[in-house]
Write a protein that binds this ligand. Structure first.
Ligand SMILES: Cc1ncc(COP(=O)(O)O)c(C=O)c1O
Length: 354
């Protein structure tokens, strides 16, 4: 007997092999916007401590919420912890399910998992085009109708590294119907340097907004899978009802607690990111390649019609970057910032291929 699979699930792309490359020696892995540096030493110590507690179900989630509350000057009850922010994206879809409203709005080029989770939970996705490679909040507001349940914003935007600004968000959020939840995925917020990057947390009390952040990027814990949501306490307790108990393991929770405590380590990572950014700007200019100024830990580079071919040739030389065809940008690649050695390798290989 053959198992029947629904059409919406059949359409979800399947990339099992792509996930496996780059973990062996010799690969320069600049395709997933990871942190190229190991996390804080305090994280390693906390992992060793955690090992002595793994016979028990994981505790420590409340304490992690309290640590984050201290960092952001909020209450522990304003926080949700997830197995990566991906778990929280999924939880949001689950919790917000509504018979009469099943529309989700995302930008046309955006993180693929929003649409994947939307399909899994039976929502209909509307993709709103970018304007000059930026999220256009005016266009998003215009796309909202009486079926819209969730709007997914991502700031800085993966894959362009662009942002929308404080006053744009202020105008947008004030114009929304109360049945619509706005999820602001700020996975790369720590890297943003613009003074007009929105202070989204200031809107939590007054509007239905959930901010998502992660330990996978600036804190360098992608392999442990910890993300967090920040929202009004009522919204947080509502969403948390649909969360699996113990979905974050003890090692991850204790590592995240240690990472929050080591803010100097975070500052060092951000300084390295600034140097990598300058290196790419200068090197790409020298190669006469067009790029999008970025507020994140990656840069979108325009290579023209050879973008796919060049990505494959870089792959043959063990340099992984991301071709942007799946994001609707078939002339571009996205390069994540690596270590100085990795960045130099990437630019040298690009130069050779051009
Ligand atoms: C915009 C965005 N949101 C969320 C994630 C996933 O983060 P996590 O590792 O916390 O699940 C990513 C990962 O690349 C991302 O780019």
């Amino acid at each position: 007997m053959k198992l029947s699979i629904s059409d919406s699930v059949k359409k979800i792309p399947y990339y099992p092999k792509a996930l496996m490359y780059g973990h062996e020696d010799g690969w320069v892995r600049l395709s997933s916007n990871e942190n190229p540096y190991p996390p804080s030493e305090m994280v390693f110590e906390s992992i060793l401590d955690a090992l002595f507690g793994i016979n028990r179900y994981p505790g420590g989630e409340k304490e992690l919420k309290d640590d984050l509350a201290g960092l952001y000057r909020l209450k522990g009850d304003n926080f949700l912890i997830g197995n990566g922010s991906n778990e929280l994206i999924e939880m949001t879809f689950r919790a917000m399910k509504h018979d009469a409203r099943n529309g989700v709005i995302v930008t046309e080029s955006s993180f693929a998992f929003y649409d994947i989770a939307a399909r899994i939970y039976g929502y209909e996705t509307t993709k709103v085009p970018l304007e000059g490679l930026r999220t256009d909040l005016g266009k998003i507001a215009a796309a909202i109708d009486d079926r819209t349940r969730i709007v997914f914003l991502n700031n800085p935007l993966n894959p362009t590294g662009t942002i929308y600004h404080q006053e744009e968000f202020e105008r947008f959020i004030g114009s929304l119907p109360p049945e619509v939840l706005v999820v602001v995925d700020e996975a790369y917020a720590e890297f943003a340097e613009s003074e007009s990057f929105p202070a989204t947390l200031a809107f939590l009390e007054k509007y239905p907004v959930l901010v998502l952040r992660t330990f996978s990027k600036a804190y360098g814990l992608a392999g442990l899978r910890v993300g967090y949501g920040i929202g009004d306490t009522e919204l947080v307790s509502f969403l948390e009802r649909t969360k699996q108990p113990f979905s974050i393991n003890l090692i991850a929770i204790l590592a995240a607690r240690a990472a929050v405590k080591d803010q100097p380590r975070l500052a060092a990572v951000l300084a390295n990111n600034r140097s990598a950014k300058s290196f790419y700007y200068e090197s790409l200019k020298a190669l006469a390649l067009e790029y999008v100024p970025t507020e994140a830990n990656f840069v979108l580079v325009r290579l023209g019609p050879r973008a796919d071919e060049i990505t494959k040739k870089l792959f043959d030389r063990k340099v992984l970057v991301r071709f942007m065809g799946a994001y609707g940008l078939p002339n571009s690649i996205r390069i994540s910032f690596g270590t100085a050695y990795e960045n130099t390798r990437c630019i040298e290989e690009l130069k050779r291929l051009l």
